[in-house]
Design a protein around this ligand. Sequence first.
Ligand code: SF4
Length: 320
Amino acid sequence: EVLCHGGFAYVEKKKIVEVFINIFKYNVARGLNDAWKARTKHHFGAEGGEGDESNLMAMLDSFLTHFIAEPIDRLEMSSEGSVKAGDIQGLAAIHMPLCMRNVDVHLRSKGHLKHHGRFQFGLFLKAIGLSCEDALLLFSNLMTIHGGGSLEAFTKSSYGYNVRHKYGREGKKTSYSSLSCATVVGMPPNVDQHDCHGCPFRFKDEGKLRETLAIERPNPFGPTTLPKVRPSVADIEDIVTDAKAMHYTRACYKYFMATHDGVRRDGLFRSPYEYFSVSRECEEGAKKEGGEEGGEGGGEGPSPARVGAKRTLFGAVKEE
Ligand code: SF4
């Protein structure tokens, strides 16, 4: 920030420090991100070594999982208004990762969300394209316990202020980004049954995690026409093992792979928004491939083109 005084331009010392700190943080974040990608490749290329090497890799995993910064090459957020308040429940059941699905289910069944839940879910909904007006509508309908009972009352309440604040319409007018997995994983633990925030691979106890994993979900490739999906018993064991070993994002990746049949993806998700975007692209890709314009297999299951083929990262079919 440059200030002009008597014809001289000078930069406040504090601001210079801030600029250097930002550059430093950016470089550290980029280095961590590169390390994370390299480590992810290693995971999927070859299983870890033995003894010291294996211990070192476990330490590296733990470090990268907990301290990786916000994704640098962040996905472009959806345009505001591209999803409506009425779409959220369906999208939660089909495409949202478990951390957001949990909050949606909790909000609908309990009629209230505590601060961390509202923060995590509100920023995520904004990222997927829910407008501020629709967010107010959604939360005023669902926050039945303390929300005021009408859109008008909710909008005037501190909860309404809080929603507008996330969209940069109140306070410092900062438009906040949605949270990365590292941030959601690092949130304070749930203290009672009213809490539902955080990453379920970290926060849920083993029994509850198993129950959640075993629930049948609509098929992300064709929610209205294809059979429901759920991980196999072996997949659940594998996922729980990772969660217990504190490999939360890897457990989440495995859950995604177990419920998105045929997708090929080599990298872990860095944010709930990334998980959601990739899942949604599966449905969009399947619609195109199934021939919305009347092509083969439209809406009746996997098309012949998928036989012997694998999906790429974003759902397009590639011959093996
Ligand atoms: Fe959500 Fe990330 Fe945890 Fe998956 S790993 S449940 S996307 S916080």
